[in-house]
Structure formats: structure tokens, C-alpha cells
Design a protein around this ligand. Sequence first.
Ligand SMILES: Cc1cc2nc3c(=O)[nH]c(=O)nc-3n(C[C@H](O)[C@H](O)[C@H](O)COP(=O)(O)OP(=O)(O)OC[C@H]3O[C@@H](n4cnc5c(N)ncnc54)[C@H](O)[C@@H]3O)c2cc1C
Length: 644
Amino acid sequence: MVVGAGLAGLSLALQLGRDGVRTLVLDPRPSDSMAQASPAAQVGGGTLITPVTAQWATKVGVHAALLRAEGCRVVDDLVGLSSPALLTNGKLAKQKPRPEPDISTREGALVAELQHKKGLVGAQSGYLNVKQSELENVIRGECSKAKSVAIAWGQSFESVVEEAEDGTLSCEVADIATGESRIVSCRYLCGCDGRGSRVRETEFRGKVEGFDNKEHKGMMLHMMCECSLGWDLDRAAYRLEQKSLNGFGPTIGGGACEPVPGADPKAYRLSVNAPFTMWAGSADPSESPPLSLLQKQLKPKLPKGAEISDVSWSRFYRMNHFVASSFRRGSAFLVGEAAHSHPPVGILPMNAAIADAADLAWKLSLAVRLGLRPNEGGILDSYEEERRAAAEDTRRSIAGYFSDLMQGKLDPVRYARNDCGLFSSLPEASQMVVRSDRAAAYPVRVGEIPPSVAGLLLTNTMSSKSFQDIACSSLRHKVFCFCSEWPVKMDSPFGGGESEPSHSGRIESSDRSDRSMGSEAETSIKRRGSAEVMTWERILQNTEFMLGRAFVSQCDFYVLHQTSKIAHTVDLDRHLSCDPVHVVDAESRLFREWFGEDALLSDTGAARGLLLRPDGRVGCIGEFPDFLEDLGHYHHRSGLAGGG
Ligand SMILES: Cc1cc2nc3c(=O)[nH]c(=O)nc-3n(C[C@H](O)[C@H](O)[C@H](O)COP(=O)(O)OP(=O)(O)OC[C@H]3O[C@@H](n4cnc5c(N)ncnc54)[C@H](O)[C@@H]3O)c2cc1C
């Protein structure tokens, strides 16, 4: 059950629907508001989809529709996005022409890294400037096509009335129109009900020991509005600054001004500080500051003659953040603003809500499809491990930006790198990445989005694709195996032939130091293994074994080759439970990017592998047979091993 048909709830439902998971979405808004966006989107909401969210949109099949949404615009100048022109006391600061970024500059290096490593080229991968309401429309439209998703409008979650031993929850759901209640049972409850979350207040507060929705307070009181702005300046984003002494003294106020995506060339969103005398007061965020107050505060910061009219909405807000101390309690989860809320500014809050939903969705759908008991840990625990750390990062990032702004130390290149999401990693604490000391030397680390490479030939369709195309092709796990030679030599736990292999993934340990030379796990692999010539088929059989049959049914397999000859080998892959796709990487570019030039030069034919999670992040990476052991750990940690 997904509580809330806002951005987080819809994103979660869409992905669950794509995976065929039966999903009920509740929202108290009446059904005749079907075409309307969530309350947050109606009063503004975010306007920028980051490149990493754009990749998610491609995976769930809404990217093309987003590009067609009203007013949607692709932004590929990532650095420009974080360095809008400056208006000081209404005067446009002289802008130094930005030199064409070359590789010797930080901006040039970032652009090169984005293009060459992350495949950030063209409309498929840049930022999308689009209204949150349009984004919700597109996602809601897709949800309505999914057979396994039902949205119940006019229905509000009240509380959980009973928790069965197996984790199943019986929930009271109220019909807003009639005032009557009914009981709905669900295996999982996802609180996507925004800042004032009822799921959080009824199912976490008082039920999780020491639970807190910790507030990080900011002093400043701000105002925000959407309006019609009449002025002569170009339609672009501006930073507003007010200085005393006719523009030469210390800063005494600031704000921002950005065009609202859409057809109206005069539509702008303006933010500005409220008068200092109001900061200590208790202005309620649901209150609307009057036009006269907005005008008074904005006038000294906008050019002479600028006219503000037709305010469609206005809000007070403070630079406050709230982060819940737990995102999961048994079968109940907090997602999006129910779990962590931030000031309604910039790029991150809206994208963080989608990222929470994207992360929980693949974990939940695996848990449902492979039969994990709702109360069990593993893959479901990793939601909190990964997303709470991300919420703290979002808080630090927003706070850092405003602190830099106050001190006049803006660093647009750093924000561009951080905000795009393509360089982020997963926290050490996450169980759903297997960090191996042996892989420390590789350029790609677990938890990261690996580099993209174009020009890969998929021999099943004889089509040319980039790695990013493959990564975005579905919401399944993907396992890549690579070797420069074929057949390969492999010291494998399967290598002995006669003896039945044991599942080394079950030698579970959170302490990777047990893998030092002479450790029990390592010796057992050595003992079992025999360096015999293996075929790809054997490697994949080993891989299948380590992940378990049920898990394998949720994976796509790719075998990377340097030559297309492999495609013509007779009887390839005949004993596998899934058909691997053979990919020709003629120049070994993926191998270089993932394992490093040194590995290529010194390569002795050892096979290597990489497991890509459905969110496009590396789950484990390494050289066989260690990679097999890591796959076993990944599978075991997920808690899904029993289901297989
Ligand atoms: C004025 C404003 C400006 C913003 N500007 C930006 C920006 O510039 N950049 C940015 O990144 N972000 C911005 N945001 C933030 C962004 O809109 C939010 O991060 C995003 O909407 C969070 O999505 P959500 O689904 O978690 O919560 P919400 O969008 O709040 O959705 C919650 C949903 O839950 C439903 N619900 C509530 N109670 C119940 C219940 N008991 N039962 C069932 N359903 C329930 C509600 O009806 C609603 O549909 C802004 C927000 C506002 C309000």
C-alpha cells in the first residue's frame, strides 16, 4: 500500500507496476482532481530533473513523454545552472564571458568526464527543466496503464489497526466523502504522505524507540511566489543581492528569480528574505505573504521599473530540514518528504523524493517476487542504510550552498558535479554492496554508477549500443562477465567437477578482513578450485549457482568479448537457465574503464565480472573466482537466498 499520490508515491507505484507488483495507492484528494498535481506541485514544486533522475525516467519508460511535456527543456550547461547572473541592488553585474571550457580548467575536466565517462550527451541524459505538476501528470498517466496499480482517490490512511506475526498489516482507510472507514490488508506500507506524514506519526513515533524527526533549524525567514514579472531582462535565472551603501556595503538581503517552465514568457518564481523583524516570529509556512510585502522586499533587489503582478501562489518558508531517525519499521517505510524534508529550493529535494522511491521500489519488488517475509532484513534494511545517508547528504549540500552564498564563495563546478548525481556513491554501511579489498585498485568502485562506453555490439540483435543503453534497458539486475581470451582458465569452486560445490556466499561476514591470505573462506576456495580450462558457459553456471536460480530469474546476463567470432560458436550457452547477451567490446574500452589500463596490460586471461543493481550502481566487481564469492555474499546479504 502506497500512502500518498504525490511525487514519491506515484514514482514508487509506477516502478512497482512495471515489476507487476500489486499496488494500491491512497490519496485524500477527490477523484475529480485526477488531472491535478499534488498539493506541493500545485504551489510550485521542483522544476529540475537531474541527469541521474533522467536515467531513472528512461528505465521506467517516461523519459520520452517528459520531453514532450509542456514547457520541458533540456539543459546541458550544468555549470551555468549553478551560476546564474547576479543582480546587485537591481543592477546586472557585468558577466565575464565564460571561456570555452578546456580540459585544463575544472569546468573543462568536468565536462570531459561527464561526456566521456558518464555518457552525458544530448537530450537523453541532461537536466530536464520541467514543472513538477507536468512530471506528476506523466507518471500518473503511466500508472493508470499499469494493470497491477490502482489509485484510490478520496481515501486517507488513518492508522494500522493490527500487525500479524508474519508482518502483514491491517490498515484503517477513511473515505473522505462519506466519512466511513474500511480495513485494508497489505504486506508492505509505504508512507509517501509528505511533510505532515500520518504514517510517520502513527507508525513510527512512539513505536520506534527514541524515534525523532530531527529538525535542523535555520533562522532566516524567506518568501516565495510565482507571478508575472514585467522587465527588460533576458528570460533567464538570476541571483538577487541587496547591499547597503548603495550597493557597496555589506549584504543585507538576497533572493532568486527563475523562469517557470512553460509557454508564458513572463512567468517567474521569485524568492526573497522576509523583513528581519519577522524572523523571530511564528510565520506559518501555509500562510501566504501579501503582494505588498513581496513587492516591498523585492523592489530594492529588482531593476527599476520591474513589475510584479498576478501572483498565483506565495509562501513563507524557513531554511529548516527534518530527517526521520528511522525510515523503516518492520513492513512500514517512510519515503520522500515523509522521511526527510528540506527547504523548497534548488534541485535536490524533488529529486531526492524520486530517488527514495526508486531505491525502495526495486528492493520491495524483489522481496515480493522472491517471497521475503515482510519482517526480514537484508535487502529491505538497505533502504534505510542507503537513503538516510543520502538525506543527510542532501541536507549538507543545501546548507553548504547557502553558507557559501552568504560568504560569497560560490563554487558552481563543485555543485554541478555533486547535484547531477552521476558521481555519487553508496554509504559504507549498505549491505547491498560487497566491498572487496581486492577490487580497491580498479577505477570503478562498488556503489558507483560505472562509466558508459558507446559502440558496443550486441550480437543477439547485431545492434550498436552504449553501456548506458544497456544499463537503462530494464529494472533488472545485470551481471557482466569479461575475459580477453576464450576459453579461459579459472580457479573455480565449481572446477573440481566431481565434488558438489558449497555455496561460499553463505560464509557470511561483515568483516572483509576475513579474506586475507590464509583465512578460512579463502582456503576453502583454493582447496575446492582447480585451475582447469573453463568455458563461458561454465563461468555463467558458476555465477548462476552463486546467485541462486530464483534470483537469476531476475537478472540479465551479458558476456563481453573482444571479438565477434564468439557469436558464431556452436552450442554456446546451452546449459544456462537464462540467455546471456553476448556483447562485443572490440577495443576493450569497458574493460579499461572498469578495471584499469594496468589490468589490461598485465592481463593473463583472468576473467572478471561486475554486478549492476537495478538502480545502475555497482553491487560488486572483481576477478574470478573472488567475484563469484562476492556474488554469493550479495545474494546472501539480500536475505532472498531462502526464497530461491
Ligand atoms: C512551494 C514549493 C516549492 C518547491 N520548490 C522546489 C524546488 O524548487 N526544487 C525542489 O527540488 N523541490 C521543491 N519543492 C519540494 C518538492 O515539491 C517536494 O520535495 C516533493 O513534492 C515531495 O514529494 P512527496 O511525494 O514526498 O510529498 P508530497 O508532494 O507532499 O505528496 C504527499 C501526498 O500525500 C498525500 N497524503 C497526505 N496525507 C495522506 C493520508 N493520510 N493518506 C493518503 N495520502 C495522504 C497528499 O495528498 C499528497 O498527494 C517545493 C515544494 C513546495 C511546496
